[in-house]
Ligand binder design. Structure first.
Ligand code: 6R9
Length: 659
């Protein structure tokens, strides 16, 4: 029986893949080099980060103090006294240093022929113009602007324009409902709201403006609403409140030049609401100097990003991944970043690979959910295009099941490319646990080692470090520049959520174990742990055992109330396209899990599900699945953040048929 304060691990994964080492020009060339840098970064944390901040960013005034912090209060401040501007770091300095005509953003629209390329100079001009528009509308340093747009260039332009004038932006996924939108706008008390007429997604057109209109009825702080046409929808303009982007931008009074605001290192840069929880949204906020240092630092080392690389992160900018690895990280480094409007399966499941070939993509970063979805469609799609430009692959968002990792490795990585499985959170600002592509030996399913500057541990409920392969709570012992500085307007919540559980450390909320080589294996959210007869099991290992069966493409497990065991395992399973749902397969899957990781983990019930409830960023919402198996469907919490709320109705029907 597991001790009450730990999580039991059943995993048997032990494949190892060595990276190419001593690659000429690589940022970090070997495991030894990583270890030396890591040790230094922990022993001389301030010295390490001061060097990185100096090297990566242009500061208008250097800081007085590298770090001040107290996790008990909590208060964290990096590079106090330093002055800089994020948009100047992403644009102005590149224009002066020879990248003026380099592609900054390549926008690939929903249809293949829709491409827009913005050079650094062009992007700078658009950003300055829109910054001037915002100023003309009365936006001042410190005012908040909410952005609710599809993946179109105006989204990146608007966010950089906000940072240029020191107005924190809060981007809200264009998939969120009017209620979610309203709550977020009110929570940050936005002055200006930017919206679109609609979203194009996989051949469908989804209206957006009506959601904004509905929300704004109850948002007293919003003075003006700016509308960007994209989907050819008819736009109903509210007199006195609504303005069209194009009209504002073509105003002859608007200049191409907008001097940037000098920001203090600790001035807020943006607020981003974390999705998926019930109750009041949580506005995680980041500040200028630390976040920018961290985004640039991780983008450079984890992707080994070089000047002539084409970097493609497939995330939506409404998710933190898009903030850090489509916009702020790549642009701070002067790279070329692709912004993709569409979905992986439109017009067919080869879209990602076709876009990789088309733009000769070097670094490709996506989510396990996308990999599993494409794996489900079969291998034939990956073979249609030339993927030889790819150099580094990455994943983020959920634990990648070893089988999905192997599929990615074999079909996209030609069995040789490094895969960086990056573990991090909205709150961490950038990657925290991750391989370095030319240094770290890889184990499928492990986010491997902490990045330099990160002091992470696995502890039991009392904060005591656990032994090798014992599961526990993942905490971070020291601050890092990219960590959140607060929950907007809710200092008590900030303290309670992240610093009270394990005093003196940052609490991530994830369960994990560290193996004998010091590799981290994420076991899932601590809230999702399943307690079977006193054995506390993480979701990730059981799901991975299911996905390792050749018929399965995706699985989600939750705890179902059980008279004797306390909880038993209820599994939702999505099959690959060519397999049929039948009772024999259910038996086979149970046996398979039993064989892979043991009888304890064998699911009591298996329900076939053509799709699973996911957030817009592709995370399985186990909270909803748990409610279903607890028979508590009257109160599913906020389901409006789901990518497709109708999935839930199907699952409830399926559950009722079985039980
Ligand atoms: C960047 C992002 C954070 C949560 C995090 C964890 C899960 C993210 C992961 C991963 C295993 C990885 N997560 N990356 N789990 N391996 N490589 O996703 O931010 O939306 O705030 O989610 O996502 O559970 O705590 P966010």
């Amino acid at each position: 029986m597991t001790e009450e304060n730990k999580i039991e691990s059943l995993s048997t994964e032990n494949r190892l893949f060595n990276p190419p080492t001593n690659v000429p020009g690589a940022c970090i060339k070997s495991l030894e080099e990583y270890k030396a840098i890591y040790d230094r970064s922990i022993n001389d944390m301030e010295g390490f980060w001061a060097e990185r901040a100096e090297e990566l960013l242009t500061w208008d005034k250097k800081w007085d103090n590298v770090l001040d912090y107290d996790f008990d209060k909590p208060e964290i401040s990096w590079f106090e006294g330093g002055k800089l501007n994020a948009s100047a770091n992403c644009l102005d300095r590149h224009i002066k240093n020879g990248r003026r005509n380099k592609a900054a953003l390549i926008w690939q629209g929903e249809e293949d022929h829709e491409v827009k390329v913005y050079t650094y100079d062009m992007l700078h001009r658009e950003v300055c113009r829109f910054a001037n528009v915002l100023k003309k509308l009365g936006v001042k340093k410190g005012d908040r602007v909410t952005i609710y747009l599809p993946m179109i260039p105006e989204l990146a332009i608007a966010m950089l324009a906000c940072t240029r004038i020191g107005a924190p932006h809060s981007i809200i996924f264009a998939g969120f409902s009017s209620n979610s939108l309203r709550d977020r706008i009110n929570d940050c008390e936005a002055k200006i709201h930017i919206t679109g007429d609609g979203v194009l997604r996989g051949g469908r057109s989804i209206p957006l403006k009506p959601n904004s209109d509905e929300a704004l009825k109850e948002c007293p702080t919003v003075e003006q609403c700016i509308v960007v046409p994209r989907a050819n929808n008819e736009i109903e303009m509210v007199e006195g409140r609504d303005r069209l982007w194009g009209e504002l931008m073509s105003d002859p009074e608007i200049s191409d030049d907008c001097p940037y605001e000098l920001m203090d290192s600790e001035d807020p840069l943006f607020i981003l609401y974390t999705s998926g929880s019930t109750g009041k949204p949580k506005g995680v906020f980041h500040t200028t100097g630390g976040y920018m240092t961290y985004a640039a630092h991780t983008c450079q080392w984890v992707f080994d990003l070089k000047d002539d690389d084409v970097h493609w992160c497939t995330a939506d900018i409404g998710w933190v991944t898009g903030h850090s690895y489509i916009v702020y990280g790549p642009l701070a480094l002067g790279a070329t970043s692709i912004m993709f409007e569409s979905v992986p399966t439109y017009p067919d499941p080869a879209r990602f690979w076709q876009v990789c070939e088309k733009f000769r993509v070097n670094i490709f970063y996506t989510a396990p959910t996308a990999i599993r979805a494409l794996m489900r469609e079969g291998d034939q799609w990956t073979k249609k295009y030339d993927l030889s430009s790819l150099r580094i692959l990455g994943t983020v968002g959920e634990p990648i099941n070893p089988e999905a990792w192997m599929w990615y490795h074999e079909n996209i990585g030609a069995e040789k490319l490094p895969i960086v499985d990056t573990w991090w959170q909205t709150e961490t600002g950038g990657h925290v646990l991750s391989p370095l592509p030319y240094a770290t030996p890889l184990k499928p399913g492990s986010a491997t080692l902490p990045l330099p500057g990160i002091d992470a541990s696995i502890v039991d409920r009392h904060g005591k470090e656990v032994g090798p392969n014992e599961g526990g709570f993942l905490v971070i012992n020291k601050p890092w520049p990219g960590m959140l500085r607060g929950v907007w307007g809710a200092p008590e919540r900030f303290k309670k959520q992240y610093f009270e559980g394990f005093p003196g450390t940052y609490e991530s909320g994830d369960g994990a174990r560290k193996d004998a080589d010091g590799y981290f294996w994420i076991m899932g959210r601590v809230d999702d742990v399943i307690n079977v007869s006193g054995h506390r099991l993480g979701t990730a290992e059981i799901e991975s055992a299911l996905v390792s069966h050749h018929a399965v493409s995706e699985a989600a497990v939750v705890g179902m109330p059980h008279e004797v065991k306390g909880q038993s395992i209820y599994a939702y399973v999505t099959l690959k396209a060519e397999f049929d749902e039948d009772d024999d397969l259910i038996k086979e899957l149970r046996m398979h899990v039993r064989k892979e990781i043991g009888p304890l983990a064998s699911p009591e019930v298996i329900q076939f599900a053509p799709s699973l409830p996911k957030t817009r960023s592709g995370k399985i919402m186990r909270r909803i699945l748990r409610k279903i198996v607890e028979g508590d469907t009257s109160n599913l919490g906020d389901t409006s953040t789901l990518a497709d709320p109708s999935v839930v109705t199907d699952l409830i029907e399926g559950y009722e048929e079985i039980m």
